[in-house]
Structure formats: C-alpha cells, structure tokens
Design a protein around this ligand. Structure first.
Ligand SMILES: Nc1ncnc2c1ncn2[C@@H]1O[C@H](COP(=O)(O)OP(=O)(O)OP(=O)(O)O)[C@@H](O)[C@H]1O
Length: 257
C-alpha cells in the first residue's frame, strides 16, 4: 500500500527463475506505483522478458509472487488478468486473420459484447493506422512493426488498468512511435499505469517517470528517473551501473587494420 492506501499497480515480490543451472531472474523486487509510467531497462539477456513473463502469467516462477493491484496473479489469474493488458515479446498470433478479425476474436475470448468490440476495434485500428486499405491484409503478411501495433491494440481492447509491454517500440517507425507515445501518455494521464521494457534509454528518459535497471537477473537500481540518472544521462548512468566495457575499450583491432 502507498500513503493513500492504494496497492501498487504491480508488485513483483521475490520472483525467481532458473533455466537449468542458469539464474535468469534472481529474487527480484519491483514496485510500480498506480498511475506511473515505468521503464525496465537492461542489457541483452538481463532477464527483462523472463521477469515480465512471470509477472503477467506467461511463465511460472520458481519462487515469488506478482501482485496486480493487490491481486495475486498466480493465485487468482482470472481476476488479475482482467486488470492487465500484455504485449509479450515475440507474440504468437492467429496468422490467417485480418487485424480486425484478430481484435474481434480477442474480444470474444475476453467476453466483450459485440457492439463494444466493434466500436473499440474501429478506434484502435484507426489509432494504430491499421485501417483503410491495410484492413484487407492478413496478420501473416504484416511487417514486424504492424504486428507490434495489432498486438498492442489487442492488449488494450478490454480496457485494462495496467499495460505491461515488452519492447513496444521495437521496429516501429517514427510516425507510429510518436502516435503510440501519445496513446500511452494519454492512458497514464487518464489514470492508467504502464510498464515497458526497452533498450532505448532516450525513450525511457522521455516517457517514464520511474525506471528499474536490471542486469544478470538482478535489480541494480529502481526509482524516479531523476534519482537513478543522478545528474547524468540515463545512458551514462546505465553503463556505469551495468559496468559494461565500451566497444572502444574492447577494440576490434583487426577490423580497421
Ligand atoms: N526458455 C529459456 N530456456 C533457457 N534459457 C532461457 C530461456 N529464456 C531465457 N533464457 C535465458 O535467461 C536469460 C534472460 O533472458 P531474457 O530473455 O529474459 O533477457 P532480456 O533481458 O529480455 O534480453 P533481451 O534484451 O536480449 O531481449 C538469458 O541468459 C537467456 O538466455
């Protein structure tokens, strides 16, 4: 609970996952305040997808809990999943449907009545620029960016209070990205909460109020972006925290010789 008595939008409590003898996420603790725009950053293989998958019910944790507005997701998945919209990494979708059919199908699964589903699908397709001529295109023929956008539309269809988005801006063109940023900002301004993972520090700096840095499955820092940056750019702070050798330091001496 926070000072106003509201539970966090998402509380990750001791989530832990090993693959064989490799610890992918190590007893992670994260708290996403309601109404916050939260960025999860970390190098390749840091454990971001594993963490978000466990937090949203896609991957069973070895240990720990994920609480969505106080509801234990693994104990009460039906109740918790009403509250969240998820854009997973590498989302598998019914390929032989158009975008509209995919949204209608998702709406049926979610128990949304057909008038509401049609109205929301119209709006979402327009906002994601997947309407007009594109409406005849099957998902199998979508580009990577278009797939992200229809996945996001499907995640928003049931009007969730929390969106958990794994790399939502990957492969999205700048115009669509600007559109998407505006949608997500609007969602947060209206009281929604967003958690997104990204490799793009400038994007996280621009959009998010709170950030967590993870590397090798361990949470290295969490807090307001200003605090984690500590007077530096987020990229500088990130490189310092993660302790990465720069490409320059490592050299590739044979390359230019
Ligand atoms: N199904 C799996 N089986 C075995 N190892 C896995 C599996 N999924 C993830 N891993 C390992 O767990 C670690 C964390 O992977 P994860 O995909 O969560 O990282 P990430 O931070 O999302 O990376 P990226 O930014 O590259 O997408 C990696 O070392 C990865 O190889």
């Amino acid at each position: 609970m926070n000072a106003t008595g509201h539970p966090p939008a998402l509380a990750i409590a001791g989530l832990h996952k090993t693959f064989g003898d490799h610890v992918a996420v190590k007893r992670a603790e994260l708290t996403v305040a309601p109404g916050s725009f939260y960025g999860l950053v970390g190098p390749n293989g840091a454990g971001k997808t594993t963490m978000l998958s466990m937090a949203t019910g896609l991957l069973r944790p070895d240990e720990g809990r994920s609480l969505v507005f106080g509801v234990d997701l693994w104990a009460e998945p039906g109740k918790a999943k009403q509250l969240i919209g998820v854009l997973p990494d590498g989302l598998a979708m019914p390929e032989q449907l158009t975008g509209r059919e995919l949204l209608t199908f998702t709406a049926r699964l979610r128990g949304i009545d057909s008038a509401t589903a049609t109205a929301r699908a119209d709006e979402l397709l327009a906002v994601m620029e997947l309407d007009g001529d594109v409406e005849r295109t099957l998902v199998i023929d979508y580009s990577t960016g278009m797939r992200k956008k229809i996945g996001l539309a499907a995640a928003m269809l049931h009007a969730p209070r929390l969106l958990v988005l794994d790399e939502p801006f990957e492969a999205i063109d700048p115009v669509s990205a600007a559109n998407l940023k505006a949608i997500l900002r609007g969602f947060v301004a209206a009281g929604g909460s967003v958690v997104l993972s990204s490799h793009v520090m400038a994007l996280v700096e621009q959009l998010c109020d709170t950030v967590a840095v993870i590397a090798k499955g361990t949470v290295l820092a969490e807090g307001p972006v200003e605090g984690v940056r500590a007077g530096k750019t987020l990229e500088e702070a990130f490189v310092e925290l993660v302790g990465a050798d720069t490409a320059e330091a490592k050299g590739l001496s044979w390359l230019a010789s």
